[in-house]
Design a binder for this molecule. Structure first.
Ligand SMILES: [Zn+2]
Length: 318
C-alpha cells in the first residue's frame, strides 16, 4: 500500500516512491520519495524527534578541525563576502555546529550569533555565549536585526524547514541576505549512487533539495532567490570519492568517519580496509573526472542559494 504525500516544496504533485536506503551504522531501512516536478526528495517514514535524536549520537559531530575544517570555513566565508560586498555586520548562522565558522566570521569583523540544538555539538567556550542551544523559532533574537543569515548543510536536517524560513524572514533586516547551502539531490552523484551516496545520510537528512525545490520553498515563504551557486569543492569531491568506495565495501562511509575521527567507534572488517586502500586512488581519479563534469553541467553535489526578502507590494506577483 502506497501512501500519497503532496510535495511540501512545490505543492504541485504527489511524491513517488524512489528507492530504499539504510542508515549506514545501524542498517535501519528508510524509503526515499521524490517529487516528479521539482525533484525534492523526502525520507520516509516520518520519524519522531525522540527517535531522530538517537541517530545523532555524540560522535555524529566528529572532530573536523584542522586544515579541512579551516578550508571549508574559508570557502563559506568567501561565498558570503562575494555576495554581500558591504562592510561586515550582524551575522546569524543557523545550525552552527561547533561554531568554527562563526569564529572565522568574527575574525573578519562580523558580529556573530548562532543556533545549535544538537547537544552533541561541542562548542568552544569563547563562542558558546553567542549560541542559542534550541530550535531557531524558540531563540530570543531581535526581529529585523540581522544583515546576513547563513545555514550550511542544516536545512536538510530540519523536520519543519518552512517554520525556520518564516522565522528567518522576521529576523532578517529589510536589505539583508539569506545564504543556504545544502546537498543537491539533482546532482550527478546523487543520481549515480542513490543509497550509496555519502550526502544522502538518512534519516538525519529528512529533505533532499534540488535547486528548484529549495527555490520554490523560499519563494513561498517571503524570499526572492537572487542567485544559485553550484559546488563546494570539499563536499563535492569527498561525496564522489566516498560514494565510489561505498559501492565496493560492505561497511559504508569508512574514509569519511576516519577523517572525522569517528572510525574508532565502528567495527570495520579487514577486508573492507583492504578494499578501501586498493580502490582509493582509482576512486579519487574517477571522482576528479566526475567532479569536472558536475561543475560544467551545474549538477554539483552541493548548491548554495542566495536570497533576499521579497519587497513589500510584490507579494504574490510571479
Ligand atoms: Zn515538488
Amino acid at each position: 500500500m502506497d501512501a500519497h504525500y503532496r510535495c511540501p516544496a512545490c505543492l504541485r504533485a504527489d511524491l513517488a516512491y524512489s528507492y530504499d536506503a539504510p542508515e549506514y551504522r545501524t542498517g535501519n531501512q528508510f524509503k526515499l520519495y521524490e517529487c516528479p516536478l521539482c525533484g525534492l526528495g523526502v525520507t520516509k517514514p516520518d520519524i519522531t524527534s525522540e527517535a531522530l535524536g538517537a541517530y545523532y549520537a555524540d560522535q555524529y559531530y566528529g572532530s573536523r578541525k584542522g586544515a579541512m575544517g579551516g578550508l571549508i570555513n574559508y570557502l563559506w566565508m568567501r561565498k558570503v563576502m562575494r555576495a554581500w560586498a558591504r562592510p561586515p555586520g550582524r551575522l546569524l548562522d543557523v545550525g552552527c555546529g561547533n561554531g568554527s565558522f562563526l569564529k572565522a566570521a568574527a575574525a573578519l569583523g562580523w558580529d556573530v550569533y548562532g543556533t545549535e540544538r544538537a547537544q552533541g555539538a561541542h562548542l568552544s567556550p569563547d563562542i558558546a555565549a553567542r549560541i542559542c542551544r534550541d530550535e531557531l523559532p524558540n531563540c530570543p533574537f531581535t526581529e529585523a536585526s540581522f544583515d546576513v543569515i547563513t545555514s550550511w548543510h542544516s536545512f536538510e536536517h530540519l523536520q519543519d524547514p518552512e517554520r525556520y524560513l518564516k522565522r528567518i524572514a522576521e529576523l532578517l533586516r529589510e536589505d539583508g541576505m539569506l545564504v543556504i547551502e545544502v546537498p543537491n539531490y539533482r546532482s550527478w552523484q546523487a543520481r549515480l549512487f542513490t543509497a550509496d551516496w555519502l550526502h544522502l545520510d538518512v534519516p538525519r537528512h529528512l529533505f533532499h533539495f534540488s535547486p528548484e525545490s529549495l527555490r520554490a520553498m523560499l519563494e513561498r515563504n517571503g524570499f526572492a532567490v537572487q542567485r544559485i551557486s553550484y559546488g563546494n569543492a570539499i563536499y563535492d569531491m569527498f561525496g564522489l570519492l566516498q560514494s565510489f568506495l561505498n559501492a565496493v565495501t560492505s561497511e559504508k562511509n569508512i574514509v569519511f568517519d576516519l577523517v572525522n575521527g569517528k572510525a574508532r567507534h565502528r567495527t570495520i572488517s579487514l577486508f573492507d580496509w583492504v578494499l578501501t586502500i586498493l580502490f582509493f586512488i582509482p576512486a579519487g581519479v574517477l571522482a576528479g573526472i566526475l567532479w569536472l563534469g558536475e561543475r560544467v553541467s551545474r549538477s554539483t553535489g552541493t548548491i548554495t542559494l542566495f536570497a533576499t526578502l521579497k519587497k513589500q507590494g510584490t507579494e504574490g506577483v510571479l
